[in-house]
Design a protein around this ligand. Sequence first.
Ligand code: SF4
Ligand code: SF4
Length: 109
Amino acid sequence: MEKIKTPLESVRSFCIQCSGDSLVNVSKCHFTGCELFSRRSGKIHKALTKNDHTTLSAIRAFCIGCESGIISNVSECIIPTCPFYNYRFGKNPKRAGIGSIKNLNKKRK
Ligand code: SF4
Ligand code: SF4
């Protein structure tokens, strides 16, 4: 079974695809306005990060842009092979419920 990529790893994968599968082209990307720009290397370059985005919120913003700004269309995305598909709501499904009162109470028991 294929390992599920982290949000940052997913950004890296997306950027490699976007750059024609060329790592060199990813590093040469000059689209500074892209929501993913500061994370395209698979690391976070804080100085380049827009709007204090987290990686998940950057993905969310990117997905909204991908759907021409129509937020409701993001949920109807029909490309499950996209590296961002699982993160398109700006949440990490693997962390669902972590930190909830219910789960915190379970841990205390
Ligand atoms: S930062 Fe944006 S434009 Fe640049 S490689 Fe990544 S997805 Fe493509
Ligand atoms: S997950 Fe869907 S909406 Fe998000 S970037 Fe990929 S294709 Fe676009």
